[in-house]
Design a protein around this ligand. Sequence first.
Ligand code: ADP
Length: 159
Amino acid sequence: MRFDGVFEKTLIIVKPDGVQRSLIGEVIKRLETKGLKIAGLKLMYLSEDKLREHYAHHVEKPFYPGLEGFMKSSPVAVICAEGRGAVDAVRLIAGITHAGKADAGTIRGDLAMGMCNVVHCSDSIENAQAEIARFFEDGEVFEYDKTEYLHVYMDDERA
Ligand code: ADP
C-alpha cells in the first residue's frame, strides 16, 4: 500500500551521556513505538571538524569547548528516522533543550536534568538533510517497506 504525503528523514544523535547511561535502546524504543522507521543506525566518534560544523551556531560561545569535549568523550549513536512530519514529531518527543524544564513524557523530560540532554535532533527539514549527509556515508541509509505503516497512517489516508 502506498502512502501519500511527504515522508521526511531526520537525524537523531544519542549523545555520550545517553550512551554512558545505557539509554540507546530507550531512545530507539521511543522512536519506533511512535511509528517512525529506523532508516540508518550506527555508533561513531565525532571529530572536532564534524562538531564545529554541526554546532556552527555555538562555536563562538563560552560553553562551546565544554560542549565539544563532552561530545567527543565517547562514541555516539547516530540514527536516521523516517516518517510523515518526522522532523517535528521527533522534536516533540525529544523535548526542549534544558532537560530539567522539558515536559514529562519527552525523552529529555523523562531521562535528564540539564544540558546533558541525551539526544540531538534536527530542527528543520533542511538541517536534517545536511545532518544526515554529515554523519552517514552513501549506502548507510536504507529505503525499505514497513508493513506497520498501514496501521500508523491508515486514518490519514481516509481523511
Ligand atoms: P538543541 O540541542 O535543543 O537543538 P541547541 O542547538 O541550542 O539546542 O544547543 C545544542 C546543544 O548545546 C544543547 O543540546 C546543549 O547540550 C548544548 N547547549 C546549548 N546551550 C548551552 C548552554 N548555554 N550551556 C551549555 N550547553 C549548552
